[in-house]
Design a protein around this ligand. Structure first.
Ligand SMILES: N[C@@H](CCC(=O)N[C@@H](CS)C(=O)NCC(=O)O)C(=O)O
Length: 212
């Protein structure tokens, strides 16, 4: 019997892309159901109105950290979680840092207001960009230290930390201010320099409106 895997997600969502990256890294065949959580009519099968949701042959999961770990455990392909204790802990820590301290300032404040809203013809709030940039500084420093240490984010061995961080840094550096901020974090910049042209990153590019 064929195993049916479905990703319910929104094409421009960083969290959807995290799950998408894990599925692609494991070479899982899956269907994509497009759901825009910001429109009331497109209600995803998620109790809190978010994306993504993964359906693995009838087993439904929400929360991206659980989804990507499930993908890693439930499918063949390269392991995306380090076996060694310290790198595994650092990967988990990195994912939590992204959820708790990176998503809001880097994506919802800087990227949304400096890049996405202008592309969509919506008004942007310069104060939100300034607040997001200020909050982004300490987060980027922590991520830079992770990359510098070398347990994760080494630009060679892909882990779930990469799957979670790629969408965030990709969008953040599309804002000139974000690019400048990352340029002051040498190890993080080196990591992104290695990752950004990989087939995995290219094939999961959300193709923002107005970009070739
Ligand atoms: N804790 C959730 C967060 C997911 C999330 O915030 N997704 C965003 C899109 S990137 C969303 O659905 N936002 C809709 C909203 O904020 O109403 C997870 O880990 O999956």
């Amino acid at each position: 019997m064929t195993r049916t895997v479905t990703l319910h997600g929104y094409r421009y969502s960083v969290y959807t892309r995290m799950a998408h990256l894990a599925l692609r890294a494991k070479k899982v065949v899956f269907d994509w159901v497009e759901v825009n959580p910001f429109l009331s009519e497109g209600t995803p099968p998620h109790p809190f109105g978010r994306v993504p949701v993964l359906d693995d042959d009838g087993f439904r999961l929400f929360e991206t950290g659980a989804i990507t770990r499930h993908i890693d455990r439930a499918f063949d392909g390269p392991a995306l979680s380090p076996l060694a204790v310290q790198p595994a802990a650092r990967m988990d820590q990195c994912i939590a840092v992204i959820d708790n301290y990176a998503y809001w300032p880097l994506i919802r404040q800087v990227f949304a207001h400096a890049v996405f809203r202008p592309l969509e013809g919506e008004t942007a709030d310069a104060q939100q960009i300034a607040k997001g940039l200020a909050a982004a500084g300490p987060v980027l420093n922590v991520l830079d230290q992770f990359a510098q240490e070398g347990h994760i984010l080494d630009g060679k061995t892909l882990t779930l930390a990469d799957c979670h961080l790629i969408p965030i840094i990709d969008y953040f550096t599309r804002a000139p201010q974000g690019q400048t901020a990352v340029a002051s974090c040498p190890a993080l910049e080196r990591w992104w320099g290695r990752m950004q042209h990989t087939p995995l990153v290219q094939t999961t590019d959300p193709q923002l409106p107005g970009r070739p």
